[in-house]
Design a protein around this ligand. Sequence first.
Ligand code: ADP
Ligand code: MG
Length: 332
Amino acid sequence: MITFQDVSKTYAQSGPPALREVTLSVNAGEVFGVIGASGAGKSTLIRLINGLETPSAGKIIVDGDDVAALGVEGLRALRRRVGMIFQHFNLLSGKTVAQNVAFPLKLAGRPAAEVKARTAELLERVGLSAHAGKYPAQLSGGQKQRVGIARALATNPKVLLCDEATSALDPETTEQILDLISGLNRELGLTIVLITHEMDVVRRVCDRVAVLDAGRVVEAGAVEEVFLHPASDTARRFVREAEGDVSAAPGVGGRLVRLTLKGEATYKPVLGEVARATGVDYSILGGRIHRLRETPYGQLTLALTGGDVAAAIARFQAAGVRVDELSGETAQ
Ligand code: ADP
Ligand code: MG
Protein backbone atom coordinates (compact mmCIF):
# COMPACT_ATOMS: atom_id res chain seq x y z
CA MET A 1 0.00 0.00 0.00
CA ILE A 2 2.88 2.37 0.88
CA THR A 3 6.51 2.14 -0.19
CA PHE A 4 9.45 4.36 0.73
CA GLN A 5 12.49 3.89 -1.51
CA ASP A 6 15.68 5.53 -0.22
CA VAL A 7 13.80 8.56 1.01
CA SER A 8 15.74 11.45 2.52
CA LYS A 9 14.40 14.78 3.68
CA THR A 10 16.39 17.88 4.55
CA TYR A 11 14.49 20.99 5.58
CA ALA A 12 17.31 23.53 5.64
CA GLN A 13 20.47 23.62 3.55
CA SER A 14 22.61 23.74 6.69
CA GLY A 15 20.72 21.50 9.11
CA PRO A 16 21.00 17.73 9.50
CA PRO A 17 18.55 15.66 7.44
CA ALA A 18 15.24 14.88 9.17
CA LEU A 19 15.14 11.53 7.32
CA ARG A 20 18.01 9.55 5.88
CA GLU A 21 17.64 6.90 3.19
CA VAL A 22 14.46 5.44 4.58
CA THR A 23 13.27 2.30 2.83
CA LEU A 24 10.17 0.54 4.08
CA SER A 25 6.86 -0.83 2.95
CA VAL A 26 3.45 -0.98 4.57
CA ASN A 27 1.15 -3.80 3.47
CA ALA A 28 -2.53 -3.30 2.75
CA GLY A 29 -4.63 -4.08 5.82
CA GLU A 30 -1.88 -3.96 8.42
CA VAL A 31 -1.23 -1.66 11.35
CA PHE A 32 2.29 -0.36 10.88
CA GLY A 33 3.95 1.47 13.74
CA VAL A 34 6.84 3.90 13.62
CA ILE A 35 8.47 4.54 16.97
CA GLY A 36 11.11 7.10 17.73
CA ALA A 37 12.10 9.80 20.22
CA SER A 38 11.08 13.41 19.76
CA GLY A 39 12.84 14.84 16.71
CA ALA A 40 13.59 11.42 15.20
CA GLY A 41 11.68 12.33 12.05
CA LYS A 42 8.36 10.57 12.66
CA SER A 43 6.07 13.43 11.67
CA THR A 44 8.21 14.13 8.63
CA LEU A 45 7.86 10.50 7.58
CA ILE A 46 4.10 10.44 7.97
CA ARG A 47 3.61 13.82 6.25
CA LEU A 48 5.51 12.55 3.23
CA ILE A 49 2.85 9.87 2.76
CA ASN A 50 0.06 12.33 1.96
CA GLY A 51 2.24 14.90 0.29
CA LEU A 52 2.23 17.46 3.11
CA GLU A 53 6.03 17.35 2.73
CA THR A 54 8.09 16.56 -0.35
CA PRO A 55 11.19 14.34 -0.22
CA SER A 56 14.65 15.74 -0.97
CA ALA A 57 15.61 12.37 -2.47
CA GLY A 58 13.99 9.02 -3.07
CA LYS A 59 10.51 7.94 -4.00
CA ILE A 60 7.23 7.37 -2.15
CA ILE A 61 4.53 5.24 -3.72
CA VAL A 62 1.08 5.27 -2.10
CA ASP A 63 -1.69 3.03 -3.43
CA GLY A 64 0.07 2.85 -6.79
CA ASP A 65 0.80 6.58 -7.12
CA ASP A 66 4.21 8.24 -7.06
CA VAL A 67 3.32 11.03 -4.61
CA ALA A 68 5.89 13.50 -5.98
CA ALA A 69 4.49 13.14 -9.51
CA LEU A 70 0.93 14.06 -8.52
CA GLY A 71 -0.47 17.42 -9.54
CA VAL A 72 -2.86 19.48 -7.40
CA GLU A 73 -5.88 17.41 -8.44
CA GLY A 74 -4.00 14.13 -7.97
CA LEU A 75 -2.90 15.16 -4.49
CA ARG A 76 -6.44 16.10 -3.58
CA ALA A 77 -7.64 12.68 -4.72
CA LEU A 78 -4.82 11.00 -2.76
CA ARG A 79 -5.80 12.83 0.41
CA ARG A 80 -9.33 11.51 0.08
CA ARG A 81 -7.84 8.01 0.12
CA VAL A 82 -5.46 8.79 3.00
CA GLY A 83 -7.04 10.19 6.18
CA MET A 84 -5.00 11.65 9.03
CA ILE A 85 -5.41 12.29 12.75
CA PHE A 86 -3.20 14.39 15.00
CA GLN A 87 -1.95 14.64 18.57
CA HIS A 88 -3.80 17.89 19.17
CA PHE A 89 -6.82 16.88 17.09
CA ASN A 90 -6.73 19.96 14.78
CA LEU A 91 -10.49 20.48 14.90
CA LEU A 92 -12.19 23.63 13.65
CA SER A 93 -13.16 25.36 16.90
CA GLY A 94 -15.91 27.48 15.33
CA LYS A 95 -17.70 24.46 13.92
CA THR A 96 -19.79 21.84 15.70
CA VAL A 97 -18.86 18.18 15.94
CA ALA A 98 -21.15 17.35 13.00
CA GLN A 99 -19.82 20.27 10.94
CA ASN A 100 -16.23 19.17 11.58
CA VAL A 101 -17.02 15.66 10.37
CA ALA A 102 -18.99 16.93 7.38
CA PHE A 103 -16.24 19.32 6.32
CA PRO A 104 -14.21 16.98 4.05
CA LEU A 105 -17.43 15.80 2.39
CA LYS A 106 -18.52 19.37 1.63
CA LEU A 107 -15.03 20.08 0.34
CA ALA A 108 -15.38 17.09 -1.96
CA GLY A 109 -18.64 18.56 -3.25
CA ARG A 110 -20.93 15.76 -2.06
CA PRO A 111 -24.71 16.41 -2.13
CA ALA A 112 -26.24 17.71 1.12
CA ALA A 113 -28.38 14.64 1.75
CA GLU A 114 -25.38 12.34 1.42
CA VAL A 115 -23.29 14.58 3.70
CA LYS A 116 -25.99 14.44 6.36
CA ALA A 117 -26.43 10.68 6.22
CA ARG A 118 -22.72 9.94 6.12
CA THR A 119 -22.01 12.32 9.02
CA ALA A 120 -24.64 10.61 11.16
CA GLU A 121 -23.20 7.20 10.29
CA LEU A 122 -19.65 8.31 11.18
CA LEU A 123 -20.71 9.85 14.49
CA GLU A 124 -22.49 6.63 15.35
CA ARG A 125 -19.36 4.65 14.47
CA VAL A 126 -17.18 6.66 16.89
CA GLY A 127 -19.87 6.85 19.59
CA LEU A 128 -20.58 10.58 19.39
CA SER A 129 -24.14 10.71 18.08
CA ALA A 130 -25.30 12.42 21.26
CA HIS A 131 -22.70 15.18 20.88
CA ALA A 132 -23.29 16.21 17.25
CA GLY A 133 -24.27 19.78 18.10
CA LYS A 134 -21.46 20.51 20.57
CA TYR A 135 -18.36 22.57 19.86
CA PRO A 136 -14.84 21.13 20.33
CA ALA A 137 -14.27 23.21 23.48
CA GLN A 138 -17.15 21.35 25.13
CA LEU A 139 -15.54 17.93 24.58
CA SER A 140 -12.99 15.83 26.46
CA GLY A 141 -9.70 14.92 24.79
CA GLY A 142 -10.91 11.44 23.93
CA GLN A 143 -14.11 12.83 22.41
CA LYS A 144 -12.10 15.35 20.37
CA GLN A 145 -9.98 12.54 18.98
CA ARG A 146 -13.15 10.62 18.09
CA VAL A 147 -14.26 13.63 16.08
CA GLY A 148 -10.83 13.65 14.43
CA ILE A 149 -11.21 9.98 13.54
CA ALA A 150 -14.74 10.43 12.17
CA ARG A 151 -13.56 13.35 10.07
CA ALA A 152 -10.59 11.35 8.78
CA LEU A 153 -12.93 8.53 7.76
CA ALA A 154 -15.45 10.79 6.01
CA THR A 155 -14.11 10.24 2.49
CA ASN A 156 -13.83 6.47 2.98
CA PRO A 157 -10.04 6.32 2.92
CA LYS A 158 -7.98 3.16 2.46
CA VAL A 159 -5.26 4.44 4.77
CA LEU A 160 -5.37 6.19 8.14
CA LEU A 161 -2.29 8.08 9.32
CA CYS A 162 -2.06 8.63 13.08
CA ASP A 163 0.54 11.12 14.28
CA GLU A 164 0.90 10.63 18.05
CA ALA A 165 -2.90 10.31 18.17
CA THR A 166 -2.97 9.22 21.81
CA SER A 167 -0.02 11.22 23.18
CA ALA A 168 -2.22 13.93 24.66
CA LEU A 169 -4.62 11.46 26.32
CA ASP A 170 -4.67 9.75 29.72
CA PRO A 171 -4.01 5.97 29.85
CA GLU A 172 -7.65 4.90 29.99
CA THR A 173 -8.69 7.15 27.12
CA THR A 174 -5.61 6.00 25.19
CA GLU A 175 -6.83 2.44 25.54
CA GLN A 176 -10.30 3.33 24.24
CA ILE A 177 -8.93 5.22 21.24
CA LEU A 178 -6.51 2.38 20.44
CA ASP A 179 -9.41 -0.08 20.60
CA LEU A 180 -11.36 2.11 18.20
CA ILE A 181 -8.38 2.26 15.81
CA SER A 182 -7.89 -1.53 16.03
CA GLY A 183 -11.57 -2.04 15.27
CA LEU A 184 -11.35 0.15 12.16
CA ASN A 185 -8.42 -1.94 10.98
CA ARG A 186 -10.27 -5.22 11.57
CA GLU A 187 -13.74 -4.25 10.45
CA LEU A 188 -13.00 -1.91 7.53
CA GLY A 189 -9.67 -3.46 6.48
CA LEU A 190 -8.18 0.02 6.86
CA THR A 191 -4.39 0.20 6.50
CA ILE A 192 -3.02 2.16 9.45
CA VAL A 193 0.31 3.92 9.92
CA LEU A 194 0.75 4.90 13.52
CA ILE A 195 3.51 7.13 14.81
CA THR A 196 4.35 7.09 18.50
CA HIS A 197 7.08 7.45 21.08
CA GLU A 198 5.48 4.80 23.31
CA MET A 199 6.30 1.09 22.96
CA ASP A 200 3.10 0.24 24.79
CA VAL A 201 1.04 1.73 21.96
CA VAL A 202 3.00 -0.37 19.45
CA ARG A 203 2.53 -3.49 21.57
CA ARG A 204 -1.22 -3.05 21.76
CA VAL A 205 -2.15 -2.39 18.15
CA CYS A 206 0.66 -2.81 15.63
CA ASP A 207 1.50 -5.78 13.42
CA ARG A 208 4.91 -4.49 12.38
CA VAL A 209 7.08 -1.63 13.55
CA ALA A 210 10.00 0.44 12.31
CA VAL A 211 12.31 2.06 14.85
CA LEU A 212 13.48 5.52 13.86
CA ASP A 213 16.59 7.13 15.32
CA ALA A 214 17.88 10.50 14.07
CA GLY A 215 16.11 10.06 10.75
CA ARG A 216 17.26 6.50 10.13
CA VAL A 217 15.35 3.24 10.36
CA VAL A 218 17.59 1.29 12.75
CA GLU A 219 15.33 -1.74 13.11
CA ALA A 220 12.11 -3.02 11.57
CA GLY A 221 10.08 -6.17 11.83
CA ALA A 222 7.16 -7.97 13.41
CA VAL A 223 6.19 -6.30 16.68
CA GLU A 224 6.61 -9.57 18.52
CA GLU A 225 10.22 -9.85 17.35
CA VAL A 226 11.16 -6.23 17.99
CA PHE A 227 9.38 -6.07 21.33
CA LEU A 228 10.59 -9.35 22.78
CA HIS A 229 14.03 -9.40 21.19
CA PRO A 230 15.07 -5.86 20.29
CA ALA A 231 18.30 -5.78 18.28
CA SER A 232 19.13 -2.07 18.29
CA ASP A 233 20.03 0.12 21.27
CA THR A 234 17.15 2.43 20.39
CA ALA A 235 14.58 -0.39 20.40
CA ARG A 236 16.02 -1.78 23.64
CA ARG A 237 15.64 1.62 25.25
CA PHE A 238 11.97 1.85 24.24
CA VAL A 239 11.25 -1.68 25.45
CA ARG A 240 12.97 -0.97 28.76
CA GLU A 241 10.83 2.14 29.19
CA ALA A 242 7.71 0.04 28.63
CA GLU A 243 8.85 -2.78 30.89
CA GLY A 244 10.24 -0.81 33.75
CA ASP A 245 13.86 -1.22 34.83
CA VAL A 246 14.73 -4.86 35.45
CA SER A 247 18.36 -4.34 36.46
CA ALA A 248 19.51 -6.67 39.18
CA ALA A 249 18.85 -6.00 42.82
CA PRO A 250 22.11 -5.36 44.68
CA GLY A 251 23.41 -8.36 46.61
CA VAL A 252 21.57 -10.94 44.49
CA GLY A 253 24.00 -13.50 43.15
CA GLY A 254 23.59 -16.21 40.54
CA ARG A 255 23.18 -16.47 36.81
CA LEU A 256 21.03 -13.70 35.33
CA VAL A 257 18.60 -14.84 32.65
CA ARG A 258 15.53 -13.49 30.92
CA LEU A 259 12.78 -15.97 30.12
CA THR A 260 10.29 -15.24 27.35
CA LEU A 261 7.08 -17.26 27.31
CA LYS A 262 4.48 -16.91 24.59
CA GLY A 263 0.95 -18.11 23.89
CA GLU A 264 -0.23 -21.08 25.95
CA ALA A 265 3.19 -21.54 27.56
CA THR A 266 2.72 -18.19 29.30
CA TYR A 267 0.42 -19.76 31.88
CA LYS A 268 2.26 -23.05 32.45
CA PRO A 269 3.89 -23.64 35.85
CA VAL A 270 7.37 -24.06 34.36
CA LEU A 271 9.29 -22.24 37.10
CA GLY A 272 8.32 -24.68 39.83
CA GLU A 273 8.74 -27.72 37.61
CA VAL A 274 12.23 -26.79 36.54
CA ALA A 275 13.27 -25.77 40.07
CA ARG A 276 12.13 -29.11 41.51
CA ALA A 277 13.73 -31.18 38.75
CA THR A 278 17.13 -29.45 38.85
CA GLY A 279 17.47 -28.12 42.39
CA VAL A 280 17.94 -24.61 41.01
CA ASP A 281 16.50 -21.71 42.98
CA TYR A 282 15.34 -18.50 41.42
CA SER A 283 14.87 -14.91 42.50
CA ILE A 284 12.47 -12.90 40.36
CA LEU A 285 14.09 -9.54 39.62
CA GLY A 286 11.51 -8.21 37.22
CA GLY A 287 8.94 -9.12 34.66
CA ARG A 288 5.47 -8.93 33.33
CA ILE A 289 2.67 -10.88 31.77
CA HIS A 290 0.89 -9.03 29.03
CA ARG A 291 -0.45 -9.20 25.50
CA LEU A 292 0.96 -8.47 22.10
CA ARG A 293 -2.29 -7.67 20.32
CA GLU A 294 -4.12 -10.95 21.07
CA THR A 295 -1.14 -13.12 22.00
CA PRO A 296 -0.31 -13.47 25.70
CA TYR A 297 3.35 -13.39 26.63
CA GLY A 298 5.43 -13.27 29.74
CA GLN A 299 8.92 -12.00 30.28
CA LEU A 300 10.75 -12.64 33.52
CA THR A 301 14.20 -11.67 34.64
CA LEU A 302 15.56 -14.26 37.08
CA ALA A 303 18.73 -14.86 39.06
CA LEU A 304 19.34 -18.64 39.10
CA THR A 305 21.34 -20.08 42.00
CA GLY A 306 22.43 -23.53 43.23
CA GLY A 307 21.71 -26.89 41.59
CA ASP A 308 22.38 -27.59 37.92
CA VAL A 309 21.83 -24.23 36.22
CA ALA A 310 22.76 -25.54 32.74
CA ALA A 311 20.17 -28.32 33.10
CA ALA A 312 17.58 -25.78 34.24
CA ILE A 313 18.20 -23.65 31.15
CA ALA A 314 17.94 -26.71 28.92
CA ARG A 315 14.63 -27.65 30.56
CA PHE A 316 13.22 -24.17 30.10
CA GLN A 317 14.14 -24.36 26.43
CA ALA A 318 12.62 -27.82 26.09
CA ALA A 319 9.38 -26.38 27.49
CA GLY A 320 9.32 -23.81 24.69
CA VAL A 321 10.65 -20.95 26.80
CA ARG A 322 13.23 -18.69 25.21
CA VAL A 323 16.20 -18.08 27.51
CA ASP A 324 18.49 -15.08 27.07
CA GLU A 325 21.53 -14.79 29.29
CA LEU A 326 21.97 -11.27 30.59
CA SER A 327 25.43 -9.79 31.07
CA GLY A 328 28.06 -11.95 32.76
CA GLU A 329 27.78 -14.92 35.09
CA THR A 330 26.39 -13.20 38.15
CA ALA A 331 24.22 -10.35 39.15
CA GLN A 332 25.82 -7.49 41.03
P1 ADP B 1 9.29 13.85 15.36
O1 ADP B 1 7.90 13.88 14.82
O2 ADP B 1 9.87 12.49 15.44
O3 ADP B 1 9.42 14.59 16.66
P2 ADP B 1 9.91 15.66 13.16
O4 ADP B 1 9.70 14.91 11.90
O5 ADP B 1 8.86 16.60 13.58
O6 ADP B 1 10.24 14.60 14.32
O7 ADP B 1 11.27 16.45 13.06
C1 ADP B 1 12.48 15.86 12.63
C2 ADP B 1 13.52 16.96 12.49
O8 ADP B 1 13.17 17.85 11.45
C3 ADP B 1 13.68 17.81 13.74
O9 ADP B 1 15.04 18.13 13.90
C4 ADP B 1 12.87 19.04 13.43
O10 ADP B 1 13.37 20.16 14.09
C5 ADP B 1 13.04 19.17 11.93
N1 ADP B 1 11.85 19.77 11.29
C6 ADP B 1 10.61 19.25 11.31
N2 ADP B 1 9.76 20.03 10.61
C7 ADP B 1 10.49 21.08 10.15
C8 ADP B 1 10.20 22.24 9.35
N3 ADP B 1 8.96 22.45 8.88
N4 ADP B 1 11.21 23.07 9.07
C9 ADP B 1 12.46 22.85 9.53
N5 ADP B 1 12.80 21.78 10.28
C10 ADP B 1 11.84 20.90 10.58
MG1 MG C 1 6.12 14.53 15.60
